[in-house]
Every structure is written in structure tokens, then in C-alpha cells.
Design a protein around this ligand. Sequence first.
Ligand SMILES: C[S@@+](CC[C@H](N)C(=O)[O-])C[C@H]1O[C@@H](n2cnc3c(N)ncnc32)[C@H](O)[C@@H]1O
Length: 230
Amino acid sequence: MKQQDAPPLRTIRSFVIREGRFTSAQKKAFADLWPKYGIPSEDIETLVPNEWFANSQPLILDVGFGSGDSLVSLAQQRPDLNFIGVEVYRPGIGAVLQKIEQQELDNVRVINADVMQLLRSKFTADLLLGVMLWFPDPWPKTKHHKRRLVQEAFLQELVRVMQSQGILHLASDWHPYVKFMLKHVGKVGNFMLTDSLKNPLQLDRPPTRFEQRGLRIGHKVTDLIYKLQK
Ligand SMILES: C[S@@+](CC[C@H](N)C(=O)[O-])C[C@H]1O[C@@H](n2cnc3c(N)ncnc32)[C@H](O)[C@@H]1O
């Protein structure tokens, strides 16, 4: 097949762009701290971690970190690992930059991008030891299920960019999405569900804003922790 005839790769549009409330502190953090902790993915061809971190510690990705409480907690828990957070929501990035600076963390960097694009075009094979995807948008309506991140197009990219024996940690308070996750991760076949409630990388999931909201309205939170075999 000639290059121009190749079918477009399937992607997942898992978000709608919303600028939201950008506080002046978040705006200022973006301007002052982005050069220090941000990775301008649009300007790089391939992510070379050594260019962004002071050392070559194993790398963990936090997908859709929201306001970043989880990302900051992860980086504090394991200073011997490096963390990249990816988020499309810019006020969230402003918020996390402030927290990273306050905590003087040097093992965390942030990317403002769609994770699907990032995995596909910027990440090399076997790059990541772990991927945390906590409380992804549940897209409850049936007509929106195609927007859920946890399905084959995303998972197959993870198989490529994660190391064998790497950890994929999913969490959700929306039971129908948990069932959907089990089904779609099962279809890919490379991820083995562990029976552990503890993340084998000793990364505890802190109570995030979305988890607390779920608990307040009576939802049960489920963690699914998988080990990749390839
Ligand atoms: C429900 S929130 C959860 C935030 C956080 N993980 C927590 O537990 O508080 C989902 C987040 O994922 C982000 N998101 C959705 N699709 C994304 C994508 N394709 N790439 C990067 N971030 C995405 C959204 O902007 C949103 O902030």
C-alpha cells in the first residue's frame, strides 16, 4: 500500500477543550515555571528523558492528572523514580507547577498534550516502567463510550511504550467504566490483572479531588492493577 493510501490510525478523543477558571496565580505559575518544569512536546521530535531529568531513573507517566495532587504525591513518595504528568487542561498545569515548585521536586516534569498524540508520536518503545490512569473521564452516555480512554487504540500504544513487567494502575468510581476497563484490557491480552490492592511500585494512590467527589455521592472506588507481559 502506498504511504498516502494508508488508513488513518484510530485515535480517541477523550476530552473537550475547556479553558476553565485560570486564576491569576495559575497564570503566573505557567509563565514563570513552565520553562523549568514543562516539556514543550510540540517542539521535540522524540522524548529523550535525559534531556529533561538530571538522572536516568525509571520513568512513570501520570495520565490526566487534573489539578496534580496525585502527581506531586507520587514524586514525593518515590524520589528514586522520575515522573511525567500529561494533561490537556491548562489551569491544572498552572496548579501543579506551583505545587512542584513549593515542594522543590526535581523528579517531575509536565507535558500539555493529548496523551494519545504523545504516546504515538513522541514516546519510544519500552520507555515507561509504570502508567497511572486515575479517574479518567467516565463518559457515561452510551453514545460517548467511544471517548473512553481505556480501549484498544490507547492500550496498544501502552504495550509499545511500556517495559515488560511494567505496571498499569487504573482507578475509577464509575462501576460501568470499571466493567468496560476489564473487558477492553482483557481483549488486548498483554496485561495480567494482579490480585494486589497495593501498587507493586510502592506508589500509593492519594485521595484525589475526583475520588472524594465520587465517595461523597456514594460511589465505590475500584483499583485495577495490571502487569504487562510482552
Ligand atoms: C476526571 S479528571 C481526573 C483527574 C485526576 N486524575 C484526579 O483523579 O483528580 C480526568 C482528567 O483527564 C484529562 N484528560 C482527558 N483526556 C485526556 C487526554 N487525552 N490527554 C491528557 N489528559 C486528558 C482531563 O482534562 C481531566 O483533567
